[in-house]
Design a binder for this molecule. Structure first.
Ligand SMILES: [Fe+2]
Ligand SMILES: [Fe+2]
Length: 473
């Protein structure tokens, strides 16, 4: 079932042509999608040839094709990984029973909501990033941005397929709504807060792809463990593409950090800004900001919804089927630090109610490994400064810490102290202005803006000097 016919209007590996009603419904959604892409997708280079990978199958190793494509002609196929024979529900009350191929009536609304919330993030990030290419630090970076954008578009297709195929009329309505909301719009914003934040500079873009796309990795990972098999198979394929988005963010930040260290060697008074770099304290503040915003996406620390989703099998823990032997998560607890009468106190919470927190700590551990690799780069460059990951309590706007204030180390502080010191920890207006002042396009192949080091390698065996975006039209 892995072969994909690109001559079809909607390329897919789900035998769409066997279901004429569904095919017609999706063909009806297609022009609305293209309108959306043309109006709030990338605002420059839409008609230039870009060196992009296109998914052509779900076979490991051979799933993508690389070549020049104009973005509006990129083919957004629908892909589900091949079914795993005899797959059983990995966790919760129904663990061990056969997975569902249809949506059970009692879980219909919850499942639809889960899919809509995930789906909403896909077009949101494209909208947030739509002006970035006009200040690309290189053609290589512009290409990476566009790769992320076209794939987020494909992820939207993947989720809309589920809504159309399994949720009837209200699924179709939800699919239409996905194109009606807009990132940052006052009247019709995207569902989650991080997806309404502006993304107008490349430091933000790399933080976003490193930290917020990584949230996506963990959300998709928990949905890949779903009892609803079509959702699991959709998410498994999305995760293969997501790995590149994370690479873009992690390596992009590493190149900014490395460049900052290199510039410092010749900088008067140890000030990287004096020589046009982004100084490490500023990079650290952006990391603090985006890490904390991304933590909010995991939901409340103690949550009955999360317990219900786990119990019913709609979501699983990260690598539920592979890494756990006990799949009920009953009669177990997890200690979660609460704020009680001005003190931090550990409270034991039933494990099922702590599922959001569990996933959030898997995510935070992953982020900590990324920070270690950046610090290795600083060490290589002979610098003593290090990047740190703030406490998961720091700068939270959702959950049990959102009513209190914390230092990046996680110490409880007063609202006055927060006000007085917050510019040390998260980007101030003047930091943002400074970063924005560096955003000038560099569009000559092989050349890079001063604040970012070139990558060590190009994309898919091409050189760093390769013309990743054809600027002559
Ligand atoms: Fe995505
Ligand atoms: Fe992504």
């Amino acid at each position: 079932m892995s072969a994909v016919d690109y001559a079809e209007r909607i390329p897919n590996n789900v035998n769409l042509s066997n279901d004429k009603r569904l095919q017609r419904a999706l063909e009806h959604w297609l022009p609305a999608y293209l309108d959306w892409w043309n109006s709030v997708g990338p605002q420059v280079f839409q008609n230039n040839e870009v060196y992009l990978r296109t998914a052509i199958s779900t076979e490991p190793g051979g799933w993508a094709n690389f070549g020049y494509v104009r973005m509006p002609e990129y083919r957004w196929g629908i892909f589900l990984t091949d079914p795993e024979p005899d797959r059983v529900i990995p966790g919760g009350d129904h663990a061990g029973k056969p997975v569902w191929q249809e949506v059970p009536g009692e879980y219909r609304n919850a499942l639809k909501r889960i899919i809509v919330v995930q789906a909403d993030t896909e077009p949101a990030s494209v909208e947030q990033q739509r002006y970035l290419a006009s200040t690309a630090p290189s053609l290589y970076d512009a290409r990476n941005l566009f790769q992320v954008n076209v794939e987020e578009g494909r992820h939207l297709w993947a989720m809309v397929y589920l809504l159309h195929a399994y949720f009837g009329r209200d699924g179709r309505d939800e699919a239409d709504e996905l194109l009606a909301r807009r990132a940052g719009d006052a009247d019709k914003p995207r569902i989650l807060d991080a997806f309404n934040q502006p993304c107008t500079d490349w430091l933000t873009f790399h933080c976003f792809t490193c930290f917020t796309d990584r949230d996506g990795k963990y959300q998709l990972g928990s949905l890949a463990e779903s009892a609803f098999d079509p959702l699991s198979r959709t998410c498994r394929f999305m995760l293969t593409e997501e790995a590149h988005h994370l690479f873009v963010g992690e390596s992009g930040l590493e190149r900014i950090i490395r460049r900052s260290a290199q510039l410092l060697r010749d900088a008067p008074n140890g000030d990287a800004r004096a020589v046009g770099g982004i100084d490490l304290p500023t990079v650290q503040k952006y990391i603090n900001y985006w890490f904390s915003y991304s933590l909010d996406l995991f939901g409340a620390e103690v949550s009955t919804n999360a317990a219900d989703y786990f119990a019913s099998g709609l979501k699983g823990r990260w690598r539920e089927a592979k890494d756990f032997t006990e799949h009920s998560a009953l009669n177990q607890t997890r200690a979660i630090t609460h704020v009680q009468s001005g003190k931090l106190v550990d409270v034991d919470v039933p494990l099922r109610n702590a599922m959001n927190e569990l996933l959030r700590s898997d995510y935070a551990d992953d982020c900590a490994r990324v920070v270690e690799r950046w610090n290795k780069a600083l060490e290589d460059e002979g610098l003593d400064s290090r990047i740190t990951l703030p406490s998961t309590r720091f700068h939270r706007r959702q959950g049990i810490y959102s009513d209190s204030h914390f230092t990046p180390e996680g110490e409880l502080i007063s609202a006055e102290e927060w006000e007085r010191r917050k510019d040390e920890w998260i980007p101030s207006d003047s930091d943002r202005e400074y970063v924005q002042s560096l955003m000038k396009p560099v569009l000559e192949p092989g050349k890079f803006a001063n604040y970012i080091a070139p990558p060590r390698r190009g994309i898919h065996g091409q050189t760093v000097e390769f013309e990743y975006v054809r600027t002559d039209g």
